[in-house]
Design a protein around this ligand. Sequence first.
Ligand SMILES: NC(=O)c1ccc[n+]([C@@H]2O[C@H](COP(=O)([O-])OP(=O)(O)OC[C@H]3O[C@@H](n4cnc5c(N)ncnc54)[C@H](OP(=O)(O)O)[C@@H]3O)[C@@H](O)[C@H]2O)c1
Length: 314
Amino acid sequence: MNRIELISTDNNKPLLFTKVEKPKLKPGEVLIKNKAFSINPVDVKTRFGGGIYGALKNEDHIILGWDVAGEVMELGEGVEYLSLGDKVFGMINFPGHGKAYSEYVAAPEEHITIIPAGISYAEAAATTLAALTAYQILNRHIKENDRVFIQSAAGGVGHFAVQIAKLLGAHVIGTASEKNKEFLMDLGIDEFIDYKKRAFEDSTKNIDFALDTMGGEVLLKTFGIMKEGGKIISIPTGISPETKNKALAKDLHVDFELVQSSGEDMYQLASWLKSGKIKPYIYEEFKSNEIELAHKQILSRSTRGKLIVSWDKD
Ligand SMILES: NC(=O)c1ccc[n+]([C@@H]2O[C@H](COP(=O)([O-])OP(=O)(O)OC[C@H]3O[C@@H](n4cnc5c(N)ncnc54)[C@H](OP(=O)(O)O)[C@@H]3O)[C@@H](O)[C@H]2O)c1
């Protein structure tokens, strides 16, 4: 039997913790015994009817979660590269039904990769959706010596974005509150902006590329710090045609991008983890019956790095 978390879209109802059958594998999938998984804002948004709820609403039960680290217990038909007992991690079926809050997770082989030696399950689980988001976007849009602006540089996506932008040779400017200054300086950020003390739009300029993690008014203010022809990728939600037109009038490009499951990109992250070039920061590790607490922490919008749930803590 399989212990899982089910969701309710009624804000007043708690997450449901129940038992269902272990998943049956489709061709190309492996069964992972979940050791640790990570919590993302999209989990909480989807739980309350936002995020990717629209894509999942016709499922019998929605099982939240996309980020998993664990051990391969069964191999589906046609699995080519993985073996029983392999320690693997990745972001499963995003944007679809990931079911990573389960004790056993069916994962397409092509969405996961091997955890490097010396990296814990918790560290691996932390280096998934948020890290993939940062990597996929920055790898597509930035080049050496670009001035790259990261909004919410200390958050789940942000702290990976700072490290990856530095690896790609950028000059990195980021926002956070004072308590995260030393953390970000240690990650190698070139310019730190305490957004609570000074408006970021008055604190920097000539930006080639900005990663917007806030949307709304903050996104509009970002226009003012960009170089002519600069690009902004905003990740919280889609961009209205009105906002796109305002950007075009200033010779700026603004788009929304959504992270995609990719074992190939996980392989790149794994090699950086192995060489110590990127390092996840784990703000708090929860037990599997403490997911409500983890969701509350995400809603506070004050998390440094990542939140992890470890089955081994139970
Ligand atoms: N499109 C995609 O594929 C995609 C992928 C991943 C995430 N997202 C979205 O991106 C957003 C960020 O995700 P995340 O995982 O990085 O969130 P997160 O870890 O919860 O972000 C928390 C961080 O936000 C910072 N913050 C809060 N208010 C701020 C402000 N006004 N200005 C600057 N920083 C501020 C906090 O820093 P302080 O504590 O120092 O204030 C904290 O470190 C969410 O909306 C998420 O759903 C989208």
